[in-house]
Write a protein that binds this ligand. Structure first.
Ligand SMILES: *[C@@H]1O[C@H](CO)[C@@H](O)[C@H](O)[C@H]1NC(C)=O
Ligand SMILES: *[C@@H]1O[C@H](CO)[C@@H](O)[C@H](O)[C@H]1NC(C)=O
Ligand SMILES: *[C@@H]1O[C@H](CO)[C@@H](O)[C@H](O)[C@H]1NC(C)=O
Ligand SMILES: *[C@@H]1O[C@H](CO)[C@@H](O)[C@H](O)[C@H]1NC(C)=O
Ligand SMILES: *[C@@H]1O[C@H](CO)[C@@H](O)[C@H](O)[C@H]1NC(C)=O
Length: 460
């Protein structure tokens, strides 16, 4: 029996017997194993996570949005140059066109410079990372020679198993979709997914203004089809007194505002200035919640005139009916203005609706009037933002700092309310302060902690 135990031990260890003294017997055990260098493995692990944090999706996005800007810009330049050729009568008109083309060339040069800067940064990062990876690979191979106890291999197996388990848990849970009438009042159908971000930029004032809104006018004046607008809350993070305009997306990205500001009032804040981040531009007019009032204001950018629209008695305003998530509320988000294929909408809440979302169509004529109103059963404080697309109201909620969920919809055509939308938005920063849909290109424009971000909306 004893012999049986000793044999496998001898197979593992070199057992040497010392010269026996008379009545004691001493054994020396020499392990053929070298101790596994756990410290080296953990340094390596640290280096890997450093490496990972250096390479972020933001880095490639910056490049992508610059390229997108350039892609939109070049055809415009080409068009302007060919117009110049057609018009070249040696007269004043041609000189003017030449001036326009020159301006455009300056903008494109700036864009290329930014692109060059970004590309150089990436090249450096790539070179550094490649070097680090090579070093780590060599180190890893060396470690593997120690790994007769299969420490690393087991760890890898465990990680793989955990990942599989996780996928299993979060995997698709098939649910039968009930057949439903075509939602909304335009042919896009319902929102299936959000992809992107397609644009991610700090624009002209990096980090300066945490709150604001931006986008494209869905009903622009002729010649302003490619223009973008920006409203930043420049006073106390609550108030704004001008609209800043850019002649193209790339002009917005490089921060060159040729048309400049259109001022609502020289003071800020005062009567009729913008209060809160949820403004929209539609038909060359800015629709917004104005200073200290339960009103929708419309600022005509051409005439600089302000028209007002009184909301029903009991409407919450002055930061008393805000969008919220568990950690807190977004200040002065009482009224959310929105645009879609059918025009301008206002989303708010009132005392008589017990804090639930209320949706009203804004009739854009003269005078400004409140059109049909719908009451919903979703509590406004459980919502972080809303937007309209194709006559359907969508509401979002905060999931975590990386993800926002479109969880709710209300169809104004059928009156059907749904709480199971389950479309997720990848966030670049934690908070989306304003969110609006652009029916021109089916993009969602978000203003998030001083970044301008846009997403493509996919319909089914
Ligand atoms: C890019 O930037 C580098 C360094 O600033 C400069 O040497 C190079 O000429 C630039 N390239 C272009 C195409 O502008
Ligand atoms: C690359 O490495 C050098 C030297 O180690 C360092 O100075 C530089 O900041 C690194 N560049 C990037 C983009 O990480
Ligand atoms: C890990 O990073 C440290 C500090 O940056 C460096 O000294 C070490 O050589 C790196 N190790 C490997 C295996 O890359
Ligand atoms: C939505 O798009 C993301 C990528 O942007 C993708 O991972 C996801 O599977 C898509 N979801 C659906 C339901 O198509
Ligand atoms: C702005 O004012 C001009 C001139 O009165 C008018 O033609 C235009 O329709 C107005 N725009 C809006 C959106 O009211």
């Amino acid at each position: 029996m004893k012999l049986y135990v000793i044999v496998p031990l001898c197979a593992l260890f070199a057992l040497t017997q010392q010269a026996p003294s008379r009545d004691t017997c001493v054994c020396h055990l020499t392990s053929s194993e070298k101790a596994f260098p756990h410290d080296k493995l953990s340094t390596l692990d640290n280096n890997v996570s450093n490496c990972n944090s250096n390479i972020t999706p933001q880095k490639t996005l910056e490049l992508e949005s610059l390229l997108l800007g350039l892609e939109r810009r070049l055809p415009q330049l080409q068009e302007d140059v060919s117009m110049l050729e057609r018009e070249d009568d040696g007269q004043l008109y041609a000189v003017l066109s030449l001036y326009v083309v020159e301006n455009e060339l300056v903008e494109i040069t700036q864009l290329i410079d930014r692109l060059n800067g970004t590309t150089l940064g990436h090249q450096r990062l790539t070179a550094n990372t490649t070097k680090q990876l090579d070093d780590m690979k060599a180190e890893m191979q060396q470690l593997e020679t120690y790994d007769t106890m299969q420490v690393v291999k087991r760890q890898q197996d465990n990680k793989r198993l955990l990942k599989d388990l996780d996928q299993c848990r979060n995997g698709p849970q098939p649910t039968a979709k009930p057949t439903q009438p075509q939602p909304g009042n335009c042919p896009h159908g319902e929102i299936r997914n959000i992809t992107g971000p397609r644009v991610y930029t700090e624009g002209e004032y990096p980090g300066s203004y945490m709150y604001g809104a931006w986008g494209r006018d869905p009903k622009p004046d002729a010649g302003k089809e490619n223009w973008y607008w920006l409203v930043m809350l420049t006073s106390s993070n609550i108030y704004a007194n001008y609209v800043r305009r850019y002649s193209s997306l790339s002009a917005l990205i490089v921060g060159k505002s040729t048309p400049g500001n259109v001022q609502i009032h020289s003071s800020n804040p005062t009567t009729n200035t913008v209060q809160g981040p949820n403004a929209v531009l539609y038909g060359e007019a800015l629709y917004y919640n104005c200073y200290n009032q339960d009103l929708v204001c419309r600022f005509n950018l051409t005439t600089k005139a302000v028209t007002t629209l009184q909301l029903p008695k009991g409407t919450r305003y002055n930061s008393k009916g805000n969008f919220c998530h568990l950690e807190g509320c977004y200040p002065y988000t009482d009224l959310d203005l929105a645009t879609d294929e059918s025009g301008v909408w206002v989303i708010y809440t009132s005392k008589q609706d017990f804090g639930n979302l209320v949706l009203s169509k804004v009739e854009e004529g003269e005078p400004l009037t409140l059109g049909q109103t719908w009451r919903t059963s979703v509590y406004k404080q459980g919502v972080t933002n809303t937007f309209m697309a194709c006559g359907v109201l969508y509401a979002t909620r905060y999931v975590n700092k990386n993800v926002e969920e479109i969880f709710y919809s209300f169809d104004t055509t059928t009156g059907v309310e749904r709480f199971d939308i389950g479309v997720f938005i990848n966030k670049m920063t934690a908070n989306i302060h304003s969110l609006n849909y652009s029916p021109v290109d089916q993009m969602l424009h978000a203003y998030c902690d001083s970044y301008m971000v846009s997403y493509k909306v996919l319909f089914s």
